[in-house]
Design a protein around this ligand. Sequence first.
Ligand SMILES: [Zn+2]
Ligand SMILES: [Zn+2]
Length: 290
Amino acid sequence: MNLKGLIDCHTHCKFSPDGQDEPVQLAQKAIELGLTAWALTDHCECNTWYGPEHYGIDSKTADSDDILMYNCRKFHSESIEPVRELKEQLSGQIEFINGIELGQPLQAPDVANELIVDNELDFVIGSLHNNADEPDFYFLQYDKMQLHEIYKLLDDYFSQVLEMCIWGRFDVLGHLTYPLRYICGKYGISIDMERYRDKCAEIFEILIKNGKGIEINTSSLFTDYKATMPDKDLVMLYKELGGEMISLGSDAHCAENLGQGIEIGAELARKCGFKYCVYFKKHIPVYVKL
Ligand SMILES: [Zn+2]
Ligand SMILES: [Zn+2]
């Protein structure tokens, strides 16, 4: 795989609770692929920032999956020094972007507001992995739900994404339509996305107005969902509404998957009429020819 001239702006290393590799292993892969720019964007889940005990959860008796994403603060604080060193090491080899994936900022705005003012950060992805007071969409068992309950979850999801975009203190919106990866992909339930077209248009209009981008997240191309998040129809809608900022991200959680699907995401963007993708340095967009 040669991704010369392209970017991968969504990746996780061992400083994410669900990541595994050393940052330097990801860096080596990014250089090997010929990427123009690579962003490390470890999880900063605002609503599970502290350890489970902080939220009154006993980590000894709780389901280990359910508590996986807690304690992001610990991971984040451990990452600061190694990431600083890596940045120095990589100087002149690849454009390294020091980023974070900010999860559910409005579910703990104090945490979010403190994180985003860090002046070492180049780039913030705004993501929603769970509705307020609900588990991550990954954990829900959609086969045990009625269809109207699934639509209720999605109604809430798109409304909460819109609220997050109105708040807007990030650079790109992460993986819009994330729940579909599980609902449509893993559980094979079909969803009428026409129901959400107006809401998505509203989301895009806010982002465009505020100078924020969207990402084409390619991680679900290789799952049963077999599409990017968001898919081509929505990327096209973003374009039609005047959107110009497209980021590309593999959402790799190990070095091996870095860059996976980026070519497909870039081709999708070209087909939708985009001539450039974008990465961010100190939150300022840098355009790269597609
Ligand atoms: Zn995510
Ligand atoms: Zn991610």
